[in-house]
Design a protein around this ligand. Sequence first.
Ligand code: MN
Length: 286
Amino acid sequence: MRICRFNDDRLGVVEGDKVYDVTKALEILPAHRYPLPRFDPMIAHLDALRKKIAELLPSAPVRALAEMRLLSPVANPGKVIGAPVNYRKHLLEARADVELHQQNQVQEIQRIGLFLKATSSVVGPSESVAIAHPERRNDHEAELTVIIGTPGRNIARADAYSHVAGYCIGLDMTIRGPEERSLRKSIDTFTVLGPWLVTADEIEDAGNIDFSLTVNGEPRQKANTRDLILSVPELIEFASRFYTLHPGDVIMTGTPEGVGRVVPGDIIHTEFSGIGAMTVAVISAS
Ligand code: MN
């Protein structure tokens, strides 16, 4: 099932070029009171939600997908976990380019571990990437993104897939420079998630997804998740040794070679096999 959030926080099921409006299904979610939970309520109740969606679907209003304003499929991720240089060719690219390595030694992910992006940086594809530092190099990074469904810590890689609710496309937007990753990658709008959540049962093998990214139609990144240094199960194992993973937590699995600059006016287009296509405009921050 492909589940999207659209327009004014509506819930939809995507089939082809149509969206079925199943917003009413959200009524089954418990009303949380202060203090709010550390997890995303929609993802935490995804199984029950899917049952309700299935009931509503035959009589759901149908809308044209192209006319909808797509939001992040996870409204309230507790954390956004990033994987630095998790493709071999991107590691070599980063070591060869001074703008990327900034005189710092680029280390393997097994040594330097993971990083966090501020959840305030999360947007959906229709909200655009806003460039707040136009004098700096602002880069795109296309990444398969994992959405955690079942909580856990110290998750063994053999059990890791049972903790996955689904997948989406992620753009880990980045300013190049000497500062810590968490600063450079947490600017408002610098985590684009979309265009929808594809439930895990629809993805046969997260370790074999072809994907590509173009800017204004010009090819920039093209890879397959089989070339990840740490695979999806290994990333879940690694992350859960340090953080309890909660429903709605997001793991961006890292980007392949071909990262490059974007400027206001550019259009970023990504395609991931089994997930779909996502188009994101780059604008100037107001
Ligand atoms: Mn990245």
